[in-house]
Design a protein around this ligand. Sequence first.
Ligand SMILES: Cc1cc2nc3c(=O)[nH]c(=O)nc-3n(C[C@H](O)[C@H](O)[C@H](O)COP(=O)(O)O)c2cc1C
Length: 161
Amino acid sequence: MKVLLLNGSPHKNGCTYTALNEVAKSLNLEAIETEIFYVGTDPITPCKDCRACSQIGKCVINDKVNEFLEKAETSDGFVFGSPVHYASASGIIVPFLDRVFYADALSGKQRFRLKPGATVISARRAGTTATLDQINICLYRKCLLLLLGIGIWFMDGCPKM
Ligand SMILES: Cc1cc2nc3c(=O)[nH]c(=O)nc-3n(C[C@H](O)[C@H](O)[C@H](O)COP(=O)(O)O)c2cc1C
């Protein structure tokens, strides 16, 4: 069993990483394999809504999004991590997750379906609740689109909609 943890901070080994690493250590104690996926500092192009993913099964822009989608296929659970940047998620994680979930939804590959997921937010002062909602909204959207869900969000969000 493997859990993929996404570090959506520009800092490879910063506070978001440190929090994700604590989660990973706890999972490892339960003999669950973990991998922390660093989103990096290169710009992530926003989703163009070209819908090529429905034909090719992945995003037409071949960058870290496709690397993540490939790893997601063989992962059994997910933790999404982001720092708070001015009361919202980091500028890089938003287009990253838009493209991950849109490509997954339109390709019909169901890499996340019924797999458990959680979110970790790191901040100095305020904006954590807004950021948590922002990251989780990506997952609600997926629920609405496919009428399927992913773990916690499916159980929490979809039945109410
Ligand atoms: C551009 C920018 C904006 C930030 N805005 C906020 C904010 O609105 N609220 C807050 O509490 N912290 C804010 N911070 C601080 C980071 O959220 C905090 O230091 C976080 O732990 C950094 O995590 P990291 O080391 O993984 O990047 C901001 C940091 C940056 C770089």
